[in-house]
Design a protein around this ligand. Sequence first.
Ligand SMILES: O=P(O)(O)OC[C@H]1O[C@H](OP(=O)(O)OP(=O)(O)O)[C@H](O)[C@@H]1O
Ligand SMILES: Nc1nc2[nH]cnc2c(=O)[nH]1
Ligand SMILES: [Mg+2]
Length: 166
Amino acid sequence: MPEAVPFNKHFPVSWEELHRNAKALAWRLIDKGPWKGIVAVTRGGLVPAAIIARELELRLIDTVCVSSYDHQNQREAMVLKGVEASGAGDGEGWLIIDDLVDTGKTAVIVRKMLPKAHFATVYAKPAGRPLVDTFITEVSQDTWIHFPWDIELQFSQPIAKQHRGS
Ligand SMILES: O=P(O)(O)OC[C@H]1O[C@H](OP(=O)(O)OP(=O)(O)O)[C@H](O)[C@@H]1O
Ligand SMILES: Nc1nc2[nH]cnc2c(=O)[nH]1
Ligand SMILES: [Mg+2]
């Protein structure tokens, strides 16, 4: 595995921004369909998958449940649940939706389960980018993305102070 990159930068995402970017992803995906359904990668893929399901009028939704981070620390990936009764088969005509790809480890696992599915994320970092078929926004490898469900409003240090401290 490549050496872990420290997260020097922070990229907070608001609900509005996430909604807008997930809708932008739906616009990119509409012409690549038709789609039979969505497999959301829990938990991060659940909110983007809900927005995309609404926009593409898809009602058949399944989940794969993968966990590989304790906050910012990556550990061995655990598959808690695979694709079940949805009939996704080899993934032909299906979308896999996750919030982001970072190292690409989760993407490799999910792609093995559904090799013909179209893998789409809202955000991508360079190491994971080759594993995604469609994404919206790229951020650098040393950036940690903070999703709206993980954060709350609070005082923020000026960038100059954060930079001196890093
Ligand atoms: O490309 P990778 O290095 O594998 O990282 C990307 C994965 O990490 C996060 O999930 P996490 O395992 O933290 O679980 P969560 O979705 O439940 O927060 C994120 O939602 C992606 O699924
Ligand atoms: N929230 C969040 N989860 C991740 N999992 C892997 N990389 C990230 C990231 O940048 N932000
Ligand atoms: Mg996840």
